[in-house]
Design a binder for this molecule. Structure first.
Ligand SMILES: *Cc1c(COP(=O)(O)O)cnc(C)c1O
Length: 390
């Protein structure tokens, strides 16, 4: 690792999130060089003589990754000596942790209400002779299936149900045995939650969502304190070649500079939308961990620094939800979340998630709060009126 960059961790650790975000991962200033060096497009690097030095072949290492990895590590665990490994997508990062740490005969515990690709991963784990147990995120129910597991996979807040579990409590139980704990930090982003500070062994996320926030990059990452565990994750990346391109890595790093600005506005918008939805009689099952009335709020407030940009709720039926979606002007009908433009979708259209037909996952963007809330309320009114034939 570059020693000049490493010192920067300790320099930025004492600052606030905004200051840390704009400086994260920047190399030492060099006269006539750009503050954030451009993407390094290289399949191979000059390598005369013995194989030595940090950059050899483009599937192993790339200087643009190095800076991005440094930046993400500074946000996930300020002031701590951690290692970060970036991947081509969130699922590449998730798979890298589970498939590099679990062996045939091991047991892995997954949430049964997590990201929709986890069941596919479960099939793959089982095909390798790894036993998989599942339990819901809420009420720390994964505690009951932890016995003897090699890896506990936590997703909090869970996507799309927004349940929250007590990370420290699960970590304590896991570490009382020999169970490693990985937390999917996608929804919270490193500004909203720091899993390593809560005791987790791995913080893993899709950088496709709120981390980069513009809906133009797929990315994943793993942050870990233990060099031996990280080495296996890095080795996995090298074996399967699930590497991000230099351009994507650079775009992600550029986007990170505004994460604090984006998060502040998006979290405030999510809360405002949730509060507006709470007053509507046609809305049921409203969830947002930032709402004081939410069943997750107490645990979330203890372990999170911000509650994220996603709100979930249910409209009476599929047709009602479709009318609502069609009536929105400022909210794009699209999957994914965490971007600067608000998005929403009727989640049931995918199949796979155990959600009602009228279930909506809503991701608040960085629009002005009044504009966004007005658009949502107008679309709700319209969805009710058109049902009445009005
Ligand atoms: C989107 C998502 C992933 C997968 O990320 P990709 O970048 O789409 O591969 C994993 N976990 C959660 C919670 C997600 O929302």
């Amino acid at each position: 690792m570059n020693e000049d960059i490493n010192e920067d961790i300790y320099e930025t650790a004492g600052f606030g999130d905004g200051t840390r975000a704009v400086r994260a991962g920047l190399p030492e200033a060099v006269k006539n060089e750009p503050p954030l060096p451009g993407p390094v497009f290289a399949a191979h690097f000059h390598l005369p003589g013995d194989v030595e030095g940090p950059y050899t072949y483009g599937r192993d290492t790339n200087p643009t990754w190095t800076l991005l990895e440094q930046a993400i590590g500074e946000l996930e665990a300020p002031g701590q000596d951690v290692e970060t490994v970036v991947f081509a997508s969130g699922m590449a990062a998730v798979s890298a942790v589970l498939l590099s740490q679990a062996r045939t005969g091991d047991t892995v515990v997954l949430p049964d209400d997590g990201y929709q690709a986890l069941p596919l991963l479960r099939e793959q784990l089982e095909a390798y002779g790894i036993r998989v147990r599942t339990a819901p995120t809420g009420d720390d129910a994964q505690l009951s299936v932890l016995e003897g597991a090699r890896v506990l996979w936590i997703e909090t807040p869970s996507n799309p149900g927004l349940d929250v579990c007590d990370v420290r409590r699960l970590v304590d139980a896991a570490h009382a045995g020999e169970t490693l704990v990985a937390v999917d930090n996608t929804l919270a982003t490193p500004l909203g939650q720091r899993p390593l500070e809560l005791g987790a062994d791995f913080s893993v996320a899709s950088g496709t969502k709120g981390l980069t926030g513009h809906g133009d990059v797929l990315l994943g990452y793993v942050v870990c304190r233990d060099p031996a565990l990280t080495a296996r994750v890095r080795q996995w990346r090298k074996i399967v070649g699930a590497i991000p391109g230099p351009m994507e890595s650079w775009l992600a790093h550029r986007s990170l500079a505004t994460i604090q600005l984006r998060a502040q506005r998006q979290w405030a918008n999510a809360l405002a939308v949730a509060e507006a939805l709470a007053d509507r009689s046609e809305v049921t099952g409203l969830r947002y961990p930032g709402l004081a009335s939410d069943p997750s709020h107490k645990t979330a407030a203890r372990q999170m620094r911000g509650f994220g940009s996603v709100v979930s709720f249910t409209l009476p039926d599929r047709a009602h939800a479709e009318r609502f979606m069609a009536a929105l002007h400022l909210v794009e009908d699209a999957t994914s979340f965490g971007g600067v433009r608000s998005t929403a979708e009727r989640r049931g259209r995918w199949g796979g998630d155990a959600v009602a037909e009228g279930f909506i996952r809503f991701s608040a963007g960085a629009e002005d709060t009044e504009d966004l809330v007005a658009d949502v309320l107008r679309a709700l009114d319209r969805a009710v009126r058109t049902a009445d034939g009005g």
